[in-house]
Write a protein that binds this ligand. Structure first.
Ligand code: DX5
Ligand code: ZN
Length: 227
């Protein structure tokens, strides 16, 4: 059964001084999720946004908020992001020795739990938690910055996840983040990606609404071929 493909614009690449306009543009383009990158300057070498911004976003859009935590000690902040209005929360496998506990916390707080793996982390590191996940996020860049080049090793991981899902009869969705754009969308969807996070290729264009529309169309075409 083919899953739907969703485009999740990453607001990291938007102009924060007029974030509301950026969000309305991607809504018009047909985005069905909003990807929110939270960075603490420790787990990744950059600082982005935190809980108050998620609370403001919750008031500014009806789109589900897909919160990607790139922070140390994520367990400490899960309740706060859930309370602020996150719909999906994903934590890095590399960021906690207690991934299973973090995922349970996300679910207990009413959000959809996701696990993220960095480019250097194999899919096998998630083998024990695949059954408790709403989504797996495969990083196709080293996290911390937008605008980086896509690392092609992510494609093989996406294929492995798709196979594991079929073999064990699981339901998690497969998400990819980093360097995603028109040049790789078709191959990503053919490999099994269902949630495509894109920052630069949407917000650093003249017309972000049209950028979403066009990615969505390409993804839909690739999905039809896959089915
Ligand atoms: C990177 C973030 C990404 C980032 C993607 O650490 O997790 O979500 O915004 O940006 P692009 O699409 O520009 O690679
Ligand atoms: Zn992200």
């Amino acid at each position: 059964m083919p899953h739907l493909v969703e485009i999740a614009p990453s607001i990291l690449a938007a102009d924060f001084a007029c974030l509301g306009d950026g969000i309305r543009a991607v809504e018009r383009g047909g985005a069905t999720l909003l990807h929110v990158d939270v960075m603490d300057g420790h787990f990744v070498p950059n600082i982005s946004i935190g809980v108050p911004v998620v609370a403001s976003l919750r008031k500014a859009t009806r789109l589900p908020l897909d919160v990607h935590l790139m922070i140390e000690n994520p367990e400490q902040y899960i309740p706060l992001f859930a309370e602020a209005g996150a719909d999906m929360i994903s934590v890095h496998q590399e960021a906690t020795p207690h991934l299973d506990r973090a995922l349970s916390m996300i679910r207990e707080h009413g959000c959809k739990p996701g696990a993220v793996i960095n480019p250097a982390t194999p899919v096998s590191m998630l083998s024990e938690v695949l059954g408790s996940l709403d989504h797996v996020l495969v990083m196709s860049v080293n996290p911390g910055f937008g605008g980086q080049k896509f690392i092609p090793g992510a494609l093989e991981k996406i294929r492995q996840l798709k196979l594991a899902r079929e073999r064990y009869n699981l339901t998690f969705r497969i998400e990819v983040d980093g360097g995603v754009g028109p040049e790789n969308v078709t191959e990503l969807v053919r490999s099994g990606a269902e949630i495509l996070v894109a920052g630069t290729s949407i917000f650093h264009t003249q017309d972000p609404a049209e950028a979403v529309r066009s990615l969505k169309q390409m993804a839909g075409g690739a999905l039809a071929q896959r089915a």
